[in-house]
Design a protein around this ligand. Structure first.
Ligand code: HEM
Length: 102
């Protein structure tokens, strides 16, 4: 296999910041980069909040709302990369799994 898969592509914050419009929208959550362009219209919390965080780090806002496991699973399919300083990142559903008692 050659090259990196989409989910391990490394992006700088500057690169992520270029995707900040409704037609091309990335957000960072826990150092993972997600393309939420096709999800914006379906977001139960509305389009405005997502646009507000377009191209930026939405981790705190995402966690403050206490999103469900479904919301966390949803992000799984939307990952396009990882912040440049990281080899990999943990998606929100993985973080929950790691925090859960064994
Ligand atoms: C970036 C990825 C995001 C995804 C995939 C996502 C997904 C979802 C989903 C599936 C729900 C329905 C309730 C649930 O299952 O928890 C929801 C609700 C909500 N989200 Fe998000 N969300 C995201 C980001 C954000 C951000 C950055 C905010 C900023 C504050 C936000 C604010 C809300 C609010 C306020 C609700 C509650 C809506 C209501 O019940 O009336 N979300 N989100």
């Amino acid at each position: 296999m050659s090259g990196r898969s989409a989910s391990t592509k490394r992006l700088t914050p500057e690169e992520v910041r270029r995707h900040a419009s409704a037609k091309d929208l990335f957000v960072i959550v826990h150092d993972c980069v997600y393309d939420i362009t096709n999800f914006v219209e379906e977001h139960p919390g509305g389009t405005d909040v997502l646009l507000e965080f377009g191209g930026q780090d939405a981790t705190e806002a995402f966690e403050e709302v206490d999103h469900s496991a479904d919301a966390r699973e949803l992000l799984k399919g939307l990952q396009v990369g990882v912040l440049h300083s990281h080899v990999r990142c943990y998606a929100p559903f993985e973080i929950v799994a790691r925090l859960a008692p064994h």
